[in-house]
Design a protein around this ligand. Structure first.
Ligand code: B4P
Length: 182
């Protein structure tokens, strides 16, 4: 199964992906986590990604495609995976299609977690990660609306998209996602 968890920053993609990966027994790839690890370890990708992640901009598509291709080559991805935070642009969606086609795979589901902006801002301010400051969060939401949200139509036209209410207890949201996958 290739599951894409989709949604604005802070809707709970990372939270749900970790739980679902465990429940479904498949790998979890978070591009956000991959960039944060690269930044921490000061790799070449990390040095490149830092200014984008710090300011809430999208890391350039070619860098994202490189990190995803590398990760998905790993053994643990053979049984499928949950993609968390990728794709975020049409170019990334095209790169993913190319990657999967080369492996004889296709996307099984795209689940969009739907959460209102006020709830997102409150959640992220409470978390308080370095990029969780109100001005940067608003920038991330703007980038999401301009560059990522248009993918909803792309996946809807392919018949792959289900939207799930992401407001509520974490367990409740997990159940809604599992129902959407059934
Ligand atoms: P990400 O790491 O993907 O982070 P996110 O979108 O902010 O968070 P997510 O939706 O996963 O929310 P989470 O579960 O953590 O991106 C960070 C940056 O990396 C981007 O701004 C960009 O610069 C870069 N990047 C990543 N992928 C990229 C790509 N493909 N292309 C280009 N750039 C890319 O939840 C947030 C908070 O809410 C947590 O504190 C959590 O505990 C809480 N929460 C979750 N569910 C809840 C619930 N049901 N109720 C209450 N709180 C909840």
């Amino acid at each position: 199964m290739i599951l894409v968890l989709f949604g604005a920053p802070g809707v709970g993609k990372g939270t749900q992906a970790a739980i679902l990966a465990e429940k479904l027994g498949i790998a979890h790839l978070s591009t956000g986590d991959a960039f944060r690890a690269a930044i921490k370890n000061q790799t070449s990708v990390g040095l490149l990604a830092k200014e984008y992640v710090d300011s809430g901009k999208l890391v350039p598509d070619d860098v994202v495609a490189r990190i995803v291709e590398e990760a998905m080559g790993g053994e643990q991805f053979a049984a499928g995976c949950i993609l968390d935070g990728f794709p975020r642009t049409r170019a990334q969606a095209d790169a993913l299609d190319g990657l999967l086609t080369a492996k004889g795979l296709t996307i099984s589901h795209v689940v969009n977690l739907d959460v209102d902006d006020d709830t997102i801002i409150a959640r992220l301010l409470q978390r308080g990660r370095a990029d969780d400051q109100e001005e940067i969060i608003r920038n991330r939401l703007g980038v999401y609306n301009a560059e990522t949200a248009p993918l909803l139509e792309y996946y809807s036209e392919k018949g792959l998209l289900t939207s799930v209410n992401g407001v509520g207890e974490v367990d409740e949201v997990t159940q809604r996602v599992l129902t959407a996958l059934a």
